[in-house]
Design a protein around this ligand. Structure first.
Ligand SMILES: [Zn+2]
Ligand SMILES: [Zn+2]
Length: 384
């Protein structure tokens, strides 16, 4: 986003990012030595860490930036308040940057392009104004500007950030245990928590574009990392996320550690969220197979490029069959659910047979996938 003029340091952002860790350490030292720690401070820390963290990962990210589901107004208000308390800018500004990040990943138009190195994508992009000014392209978030809650948050961002992120935990701490609790709430749930929330988010822009695997392709630098998912409310499955942006999950399997997904799912069960978007399993499988084929093909030492071309054609045919049969299966499964409700026994038997047949076909295609991969690795293609 380089404009005219020279780059300059964003004084407010830089001071904030440098001073919060220093103030947090000094504050913790002061609080612990002056008052000692009771149950109040760690509890406030954990509550604020989750409230602000999830407001970023579920609210700012999966809901506002990607519209992966719908949420009713009490939840949107919660995300707006505690998202402000994360001190990561208003939802408009955050989402505008994030949508550009997805649209132009790794290019100069990506505000936190990982191709500019760890420190740029981690924190320097917040501290340096390219071309001497900070631009949040609000044209990216015209849809969000319809939401009065988010307009309100944008207008009073600073007040809300300080109020919810710093003052509120101090107030609650004070109400529970007087001055020690007030200082503790401010230092633990305000200052120290802000530092943790910041660097958790920042790691997604830096580490999740550097370390990990790329099961869904290397079209951009995004990586999957279960360790990072553990530190970031599930956002570490970043290669999956860049591949299937609209999916409300980042860790798509039930055992993937993704508290943001569980949060969304839990509120869906009690009716406060709806229209959860998720990618069909076969679509994910297709992408993963395609990526591992391309990865192996790029490593295969093809003496005979005709052999490789033949394998590529087999792969293309297998994928196309796999997709059409999987789509057909989805349709039949949906019909079976409808028929079950209407208790049509005859039609139901027909459906069961057709479903079994499709499942056989798909198993055969999977065997062909496996054969293609082993031919590719051995590079002794069989006759087509
Ligand atoms: Zn995203
Ligand atoms: Zn990314």
């Amino acid at each position: 986003m380089a404009g005219e003029g020279n780059d300059s340091i964003n004084v407010v952002n830089t001071l904030f990012l440098v001073l919060t860790p220093i103030a947090a350490i000094a504050g913790l030292w002061y609080h612990i030595t002056q008052f000692g720690v009771t149950w109040v401070e760690p509890v406030l820390f954990v509550i604020w860490y989750f409230a602000c963290g999830l407001s970023i990962t579920v609210g700012y990210h999966r809901l506002f930036s990607h519209r992966s589901h719908e949420a009713s107004w009490p939840l949107r208000l919660f995300y707006a308040l505690f998202g402000a308390g994360a001190f990561e800018n208003s939802a408009f500004n955050w989402c505008a940057d994030h949508r550009l990040h997805h649209r132009h990943t790794d290019t100069p138009e990506d505000p936190y392009s990982a191709s500019r190195g760890f420190w740029w994508s981690h924190i320097l992009w917040v501290m340096i104004d390219e071309g001497g000014e900070r631009i949040h392209d609000l044209d990216q978030v015209k849809d969000l500007q319809e939401d009065p809650i988010l307009r309100f948050q944008h207008k009073f961002y600073l007040l809300l950030a300080v109020g919810v992120g710093m003052f509120l935990p101090a107030l609650i701490g004070g109400l529970i245990s007087g001055v020690p609790g007030a200082v503790g709430g401010f230092v633990w749930a305000g200052l120290a928590r802000t530092v943790f929330t910041h660097h958790g988010t920042f790691l997604i822009n830096s580490a999740a574009h550097i370390w990990g695997t790329q099961p869904y392709g290397d079209a951009n630098s995004s990586k999957d990392s279960p360790i990072l998912a553990f530190l970031t409310f599930g956002e570490g499955y970043h290669n999956f996320h860049h591949t299937f942006q609209a999916d409300y999950r980042n860790g798509h399997r039930w055992y993937h550690f993704d508290p943001s997904k569980w949060w969304i799912k839990a509120f869906a069960l009690i009716g406060l969220k709806q229209s959860l978007k998720s990618t069909p399993d076969w679509h994910i499988e297709d992408k993963r197979r395609q990526a591992s084929f391309e990865n192996a093909a790029s490593k295969a030492n093809a003496d005979d490029s005709e052999d490789l071309t033949r394998l590529q054609e087999r792969m293309k045919a297998a994928r196309s069959n796999f997709k059409s049969q999987s789509r057909a299966l989805d349709k039949l499964l949906a019909e079976r659910r409808a028929v079950r409700k209407e208790r049509q026994a005859a039609r139901r038997q027909e459906l069961e047979d057709a479903i079994a047949k499709l499942r056989d076909d798909i198993a055969t295609i999977r065997a062909e996938f496996a054969q293609i991969m082993s031919d590719l690795t051995a590079f002794k293609p069989t006759a087509a």
